[in-house]
Write a protein that binds this ligand. Structure first.
Ligand code: NAD
Length: 487
């Protein structure tokens, strides 16, 4: 592929300095299909240098008070907010997402991640118990673990990376982060702000490159005792294997196959636009996106008609256009994979009601080679179909009918994943009952993606191990010790 003159070339960020790499990989602009930037193809050597810098920085950083670290995190949040527009433009260009989404979701949340942990780190307490008969008091103390390895995916690049960096450094760890090789630009931009925010050299190191080379070198490094990973279940299995010889502490946030359950007493005026959003936001490339919609039989036809009409309103096109709802998918390979699921469902007798293969997609001239796909709604899909079992991670959602509460709980739980579920009903007793029985780390009722960062986030079954949140991330990124004092 020929490179244009204006190609952006990224460098690793190690010990407070940008360092060139000896080889690079191409990263594409998904909305045009052109090479957008060159990303370091780091390996063992670069990871070694980054881990050494992080290890050297640990004694000073870990001995700072929570208040000192909190002030630095807040300053970093200010700087990201100040450059919000530049970050949003870069995220949209690099990932393919609609600029409006990057402006209102990705970048504000990335800044807020630092602000949130800057605050929460000030409010943790440890435990103390008294054993009077033995003349003892017991108390716990918590200390940062050391060098944290942080590995993040391409769908919400800066949002998810900062969700790991912020708690890790707030707790006093130093980090080596490896963003996805497909979306590295905003992490590189953030590195430019670290010094101004007051982050000492070596506290945050970012190594760019592929999972197989840079990611695995980080996972296998003996001086990295904990790995926080967000990505696919398949990669997580590999990370577990590779880190097993070192007994590393792992936090794994993985894929989902998230159901929405719509009972016949649901408020459809709220449910339909929200469920269209939960299916197609960020091109359906959010781990929390709905991809199986179970609708009670009495309202199934009406729901389908209104849902398809609403889905058709979603505008697909140039992500830089602020009126666009659905941008480009991350890569050509991913687009082909998502399309193949629609074809397989059709071959099994399912009906595609709108989108892929049904409606035509008119794209602006500059976007003809981009990786676009219309929001696609599929009905009459069998529960055992791969479209209902596997994570598609694109703008595709399946709508099926159910009869009873008991039946729908069993069907909703009938996948290997257990990340998020949504329940729509105006019967309070029912939403509690169903929420309790769903095998899912998160259950939203009569809403979607309303988050309080204080509370645990994460999945059950193949959707992950561990939780993240104010208390959960604090526990993950610190080592607890129980001390007994006899007087
Ligand atoms: P992926 O697993 O392919 O890659 C994720 C990261 O891991 C990337 O940085 C990649 O380079 C790295 N990696 C790949 N192989 C590696 C290896 N052998 N060792 C170390 N690192 C390696 O996932 P993806 O395609 O980037 O992201 C999509 C997936 O992420 C979906 O399954 C989605 O559901 C999941 N996800 C989960 C959450 C959550 O919070 N549960 C959030 C967002 C995305």
């Amino acid at each position: 592929m020929a490179h244009s003159k204006a190609l952006l070339v990224l460098e690793n960020f190690i010990d407070g300095k940008f360092v060139p790499c000896c080889s690079y990989i191409d990263s594409y602009n998904p909305s045009t299909g052109d090479v957008y930037c060159r990303v370091p193809d780091s390996g063992k050597e670069e990871v070694e240098a980054a881990v050494k810098a992080a290890k050297d920085a640990f004694p000073i950083w870990s001995s700072k008070s929570p208040l000192e670290r909190s002030q630095i995190l807040n300053k970093l949040a200010d700087l990201i907010e100040h450059d919000l527009e530049a970050f949003a433009q870069a995220e949209s260009k690099d990932q393919g997402k609609a600029i409006t989404f990057a402006r209102t979701v990705d970048i504000p949340r990335a800044a807020y991640n630092f602000r949130f942990f800057a605050s929460s780190i000030l409010h943790h307490t440890t435990e103390c118990t008294e054993m009077a008969t033995m003349g003892c008091v017991h108390y716990t103390s918590r200390a940062p673990v050391g060098v944290a390895g942080l590995i993040s995916p391409w769908n919400l690049p800066l949002y998810l990376l900062t969700w790991k960096i912020a708690p890790a450094i707030a707790c006093g760890n130093t980090v080596v982060a490896k963003p996805s090789e497909m979306t590295s630009v905003t992490a590189w931009m953030m590195c430019k702000l670290l010094e101004k925010a007051g982050v000492p050299h070596g506290v945050v190191n970012v190594v760019f490159g592929t999972g197989a080379k840079a990611g695995e070198a980080l996972v296998c490094h003996p001086d990295v005792p904990l790995i926080s990973f967000t990505g696919s279940t398949l990669t997580a299995q590999r990370i577990m294997e590779k880190s097993a010889p070192h007994c590393k502490r792992l936090s794994l946030e993985l894929g989902g196959k998230n159901p929405a359950i719509v009972f016949d007493d649901a408020d459809l005026t709220q449910c339909i636009p929200t469920t269209v959003r939960s299916s197609f936001a960020n091109q359906g490339e959010i781990c929390l996106c709905t991809s199986r919609i179970f609708v009670q039989r009495g309202i199934y036809s009406e729901f389908l008609k209104r849902f398809v009409a609403e889905a058709k309103k979603w505008k697909v096109g140039n992500p830089a256009d602020p009126t666009v709802d659905v941008g480009a998918l991350i890569s050509k390979e991913h687009l082909e994979k998502v399309r193949s699921y629609v074809k397989k469902a059709q071959a099994e007798g399912a009906r595609v009601l709108c989108g892929e293969g049904v409606n035509s997609l008119a794209l602006p001239t500059g976007n003809q080679k981009g990786y676009f796909m219309l929001p696609t709604v599929i009905a009459e899909v069998k529960d055992e179909s791969c479209c209902m079992q596997e994570e598609v991670f694109g703008p595709v959602t399946c709508v099926v009918a159910f009869d009873t509460e008991e039946e729908v709980i069993e069907r909703a739980n009938g996948v290997k994943y257990g990340l998020a579920a949504t329940v729509w009903s105006s019967n309070v007793g029912r939403v509690h009952r169903v929420a309790q029985r769903l095998q899912s780390g998160l259950v939203w009722t009569n809403c979607w993606l309303v988050r309080d960062l204080n509370l645990p986030f994460g999945g059950m079954k193949a959707s992950g191990i561990g939780r993240e949140g104010a208390k959960d991330s604090y526990e993950f990124f610190t080592e607890v010790k129980t001390i007994t004092i006899k007087h």
